[in-house]
Design a protein around this ligand. Structure first.
Ligand code: PMP
Length: 456
């Protein structure tokens, strides 16, 4: 055998051995996952991860292996464990699907779990839908979006959200903010890179990262600290692999807006460590006056995601957008072109008309949130009053309250809520959406009754 053939044979054997070891490791990870679930422990345990990371670093020194390669490989292994251990997590989406199935069987359900406004888009949307055929929107179009819409969005953003003059080069029209988040995480980062997510958080940030082989460092915030991360927590989560921090204020699920000082500090840290800031500002239209867009910092590595889903009550139309430097937009648009060519042109036209209509849904959401807060106070739930968005993230006064079990029981009584475990390590919390006040009242009365029956 020649030298190269011998080496190739060896590399094959090693690779196959590694795959067998991966299978063994995955099986053990599943067993650990089952044990964690029965003990009520969280999937990710940063301390355990750090301990293993230290051992790997030590070993690399002993055997003279490049540490960053080994740590990226370790991040891949961590992600695989998280995936097999997260299979049975209950999220607002899984409850929603169960609720829908019950409705199909003829049961009446009050949806307090959904993440969408329950009112109609502006009426201009209806007219635009009628116009679209005659106007000839309906062919393939540019991947970044039709120029009229990108221009309109750029001037809207420049006028309402920032002091900077943006152009269409800063805008990427996407099929919803979800896809914009996916594009940003997938195209700007590489497998083995790390991102910081402040929990409680909308689950897709973590899921997008897991899907792209990116390690998530979570920062856990608490009700007691008003859902505010400390600067120390953020600094501690940063290492040489950290490439992005995700912000989402007003927050889903807490409705929190960060105090200006903390947000200023986070952007300063991002600048210092050259991190991307992905700021998901989808609820900015439903915010109180304290809210400050990340656009106002003029940070060149920021990506802002927004959506017609919330601002114009157009969830099913699937249209949102990202605002960033042209070089970032370029990278994101390449994957968009590859995966879906362009956002449906008729829908882009409708969005253009909806933007011009400039509806003010803020007052509707505010009065619903107020009603929700009052009702939650009457019931004796514990929470921080939301500064914006359209939710309340609450727990009860009962010790060891299991919100997942409670949400299952409540669903049997015709009310759906979102269990806190979908947003991180918050098994005792649940999220309630501020819906139409009559239905909300009915839902909250049932919630109160089931709570009393179960725990008092
Ligand atoms: N970000 C957050 C924080 C959300 O809550 C949601 C949807 N509920 C999205 C993004 C996705 O929005 P879209 O419908 O635009 O994809």
């Amino acid at each position: 055998m020649s030298d190269i053939e011998e080496h190739r044979k060896k590399i094959e054997e090693i690779t196959l051995e590694m795959i067998k070891l991966l299978k063994t490791r995955t099986d053990v990870a599943k067993q650990i996952g089952d044990a964690k679930a029965s003990l009520g422990m969280t999937v990710t345990d940063e301390e355990r991860e750090d301990a293993l990371r230290n051992q790997v670093t030590k070993l690399c020194k002993e055997i003279d292996l490049d540490q960053s390669t080994a740590l990226k490989f370790l991040n891949f292994l961590f992600n695989e464990s998280v995936k097999v251990q997260s299979d049975n997590k209950q999220t607002h989406l899984s409850v929603f699907l169960k609720a829908k199935a019950l409705e199909e069987e003829g049961k009446k359900i009050i949806h307090l779990e959904v993440g969408e406004p329950d009112f109609q888009p502006p009426k201009e949307v209806k007219t635009a839908l009628e116009e679209v055929y005659d106007k000839g929107y309906g062919k393939y179009g540019p991947a970044k979006g039709i120029t009229e819409l990108r221009k309109a969005l750029a001037s809207w953003v420049s006028e309402y959200e920032s002091e900077t003059q943006y152009t269409e080069e800063n805008i990427l029209v996407c099929p919803g903010a979800r896809f914009a988040v996916y594009l940003a995480i997938t195209t700007l980062l590489n497998p083995g890179d790390e991102i910081i997510v402040i929990e409680p958080a909308w689950p897709a940030y973590k899921d997008c990262a897991l899907n792209a082989g990116i390690k998530v460092r979570t920062i856990k915030t608490t009700l007691e600290t008003k859902w505010e991360p400390s600067i120390e927590q953020i600094n501690n989560a940063i290492n040489e692999n950290t490439k992005m921090i995700i912000l989402n204020y007003p927050n889903n699920p807490t409705g929190k807006i960060l105090p200006k000082k903390i947000q200023d500090n986070i952007i300063e840290i991002a600048r210092e460590y050259d991190l991307y800031v992905l700021s998901d500002e989808i609820y900015s239209e439903y915010a109180n006056d304290d809210w400050k867009s990340v656009l106002l910092y003029g940070y060149e590595k920021s990506i802002i995601t927004k959506s017609f889903s919330k601002s114009h009550a157009m969830t099913g139309f699937r249209i949102g957008y990202a605002i960033a430097e042209p070089s970032i937009i370029e990278k994101m648009s390449k994957l968009q072109a590859l995966s879906l060519t362009n956002v449906s042109e008729p829908i882009q036209y409708v969005a253009l008309k909806a933007l011009a209509a400039d509806p003010d849904f803020t007052s509707i959401i505010k009065s619903r949130l107020k009603a929700l807060v009052e009702s939650a106070k009457d019931i004796g739930l514990e929470f921080i009053e939301p500064d914006g968005a359209m939710y309340l993230f609450a727990k009860t006064k009962h010790k060891n309250f299991d919100a997942t079990k409670f949400s299952e029981k409540l669903l049997e009584h015709g009310v759906a809520i979102a269990p806190g475990e979908g947003f991180g390590d918050y098994k005792e919390f649940f999220r309630i959406t501020a819906i139409d006040e009559t239905k909300l009242k009915e839902g909250m009365t049932i919630l109160d009754t089931v709570l009393k029956e179960s725990y008092e």
